[in-house]
Design a protein around this ligand. Sequence first.
Ligand SMILES: C[S@@+](CC[C@H](N)C(=O)[O-])C[C@H]1O[C@@H](n2cnc3c(N)ncnc32)[C@H](O)[C@@H]1O
Length: 295
Amino acid sequence: MTPALQRASARSADVLVTGEFAFATADFRAIAEIAKDDAGIDLPESKATLVYSRLAKRLRSLGLATFSEYLDRVRADDQERGSMIAALTTNVTRFFREPHHFEYLRKNILEPKAAHVRKGGRLRLWSSACSTGQEPYSMALTVLSVFPDAPQLDIRILATDLNANVVAHGKRGMYRKEEVAEVPQAMRTKWLESVPGDADSMRVADATRSLVAFRELNLMSNWPFKGPFDAIFCRNVAIYFDHETQAMIWKRLSSLLASGGDLYIGHSERVAGPALNVLTANGVTSYRKKSDAQR
Ligand SMILES: C[S@@+](CC[C@H](N)C(=O)[O-])C[C@H]1O[C@@H](n2cnc3c(N)ncnc32)[C@H](O)[C@@H]1O
């Protein structure tokens, strides 16, 4: 048997997901290894069908017949490697998701710092897995509810995500009317605007957008800033990482928090590991950096 035939027969004996494209266990393992190395994303074999369906579109658009061919392409082409990771990310989000965090932000951080900020003091917030922007804009709207003149103050919200497509969406700040229905009416009227010629969408107004800087950033990479941040939102992303990677991320995030600053995480996530030396739980999936903790 030629090597090519050997590979083909091994593949047919080891089909992980049956469908339009040949997908063997070895293909799945190679994809899982790249997802872990590049983005910290942990893919157990139970996710094989999900991986297949997320990537099938890529194979179709590249005119490929097997995942093995697709992997050859990914290994040779960094851009396709990035597209594969982007396709594997889950970007579900919405305005004011887990609303208690925005209440904490207002009561624990914004209101206590109001006098300091009005005197010219700085306030820095970070949405560290911002997806299509609803989370950082909800932070901005909460800021505006306390500081209607926020664009004139030293207030900045950094919004980052690994996936370039969602970052571009966030920058555009355009959303369907059903999506913005989650924004309280008074805020919607004041800080969002209609889009001429598009009755189904609304755009985040310039004043609101001016508070938020969108950037591509992989949480696994070096971070090109030092903080400190008064609050960090890292919600519904660590759930895709293994426990060791989660502990590392919590530690890195807590080192960028100002003392007395808050870390908000997703509803099914818990901080564990060395970060607990400097953080204390102070609400539902909310942690406060101890005031005597070193950065
Ligand atoms: C489910 S969304 C969460 C969005 C928002 N934080 C929320 O809770 O509504 C998860 C986001 O994490 C991003 N993500 C996944 N791995 C990442 C990584 N290593 N670095 C940065 N962002 C990542 C994905 O691209 C996706 O947009």
